[in-house]
Design a protein around this ligand. Structure first.
Ligand SMILES: *Cc1c(COP(=O)(O)O)cnc(C)c1O
Length: 344
């Protein structure tokens, strides 16, 4: 039962009921929310459940609107499961390492034990290691696929083990799914009511600044997310911009196609350079590049005005820089800078 996983205070919660929840039809005079009546395009509170945006996402992804939560970035969708399912000081979550840093930050903020299990050398899950860390108080497992910072997609059979056997919530972060050769797990949404799939407008859609993240899950989980979120968590400017980009899917597809071509070009060119040891396979819009001298290479690029992400001190990433695929001219700059780099 999903109910058995939920914190008692959240199960008992009487959620805030805002004016826009209590009346949803069309009226001539709105004097129910203490807003300024003079129209400025932003004087009214936005739709708390973002129905128009969800309608378009539902059609695009082949899910129901009631299976979608929209949040202030994926960050909000990562934080809410902690607040809904995890009792501070009692419960724990399990995740592989290396992976996206926000899972641990949210665990720390919520006073939830974060159990980190090193991946195998090629960045696949250590299933036995993860199983050994799961106990009766493990409420969430985070699986990022394609994974950040390694770039690879996780094996479907490994993810499926958690979906079939883990009694808590399996959260699969698909922030980079548009760049992946692997299909999205959204196809399994009906089959696994305790799975949550995260996607975002920040990467392939090119909308990082509007802060819009998507969570897909069973309707019971989505209802809980809606009860716990801030009432107006997605502002009207973001909702309008989301509607605009959802009407221009071809633009997103074109950008993804170009980025994928550039990723392959960047990989091939970097592979010929003396300072590069190896490049890990990528299903994302970045490359994890092992160099012979990560800290100095990072500093050298910085002096040339090029900022990459130094992952030298991250589990299993010793010697690694994470490089996002840029525009063709940015990628040329990276290549020509590294071509001139002399190992110290
Ligand atoms: C970039 C990224 C996100 C996106 O976060 P937003 O809050 O939606 O911008 C989510 N998950 C991972 C693994 C990421 O790398």
């Amino acid at each position: 039962m999903l109910k058995d996983l939920v914190r008692p205070n959240i199960l008992a919660l009487e959620p805030y009921s805002c004016a826009r929840n209590e009346f949803t039809g069309e009226a001539r005079v709105y004097v129910d929310a203490n807003e300024n009546p003079y129209n400025s395009d932003v004087n009214r509170y936005p739709d708390p459940l973002q129905i128009a945006v969800k309608r378009k996402i539902a059609a695009l992804k082949g899910v129901r609107e009631t299976q979608i939560f929209l949040g202030n970035g994926s960050d909000e969708a990562i934080d809410l499961p902690f607040r809904i399912f995890c009792r501070p000081g009692i419960d724990n979550v399990v995740a592989p390492a290396p992976t996206y840093g926000m899972y641990q930050v949210c665990a720390d903020i919520n006073d939830i034990e974060y159990r980190s299990v090193p991946m195998k050398p090629e960045f696949q899950l250590d299933l036995d290691g993860m199983k050994a860390r799961i106990d009766d108080n493990t409420k969430l497992v985070f699986l990022c696929s394609p994974n950040n910072p390694s770039g690879n997609a996780l094996r479907w059979e490994d993810i499926q083990w958690f979906l079939d056997n883990f009694r808590g919530i399996t959260i699969v972060d698909e922030a980079y799914i548009d760049f992946s050769s692997q299909p999205s797990l959204l196809r399994e949404l009906e089959r696994y009511p305790r799975m949550m799939v995260l996607q975002t407008f920040s990467k392939a859609w090119g909308q990082a600044a509007i802060r819009l993240g998507m969570a897909f899950a069973g309707e019971e989980i989505i209802r809980l997310m809606n009860n716990v979120k801030y009432p107006y968590n997605v502002n009207i400017l973001t909702q309008k911009q989301a509607l605009r980009v959802l009407d221009n899917i071809a633009d997103k597809d074109k950008a993804v196609k170009e980025i994928l071509q550039q990723r392959d070009m960047l990989r091939d060119r970097l592979n010929t350079l003396e300072c590069v040891d190896r490049i890990y396979p990528s299903d994302a819009n970045f490359l994890l590049v092992k160099v012979y001298d990560a800290d100095n290479t990072y500093k050298y690029l910085l002096e040339r005005g090029i900022i990459v992400r130094n992952r030298n001190r991250v589990t299993l990433c010793k010697g690694c820089l994470r490089i996002t695929v840029g525009t063709p001219s940015e990628n040329e700059e990276i290549i020509s800078a590294l071509k001139e780099y002399k190992i110290g």
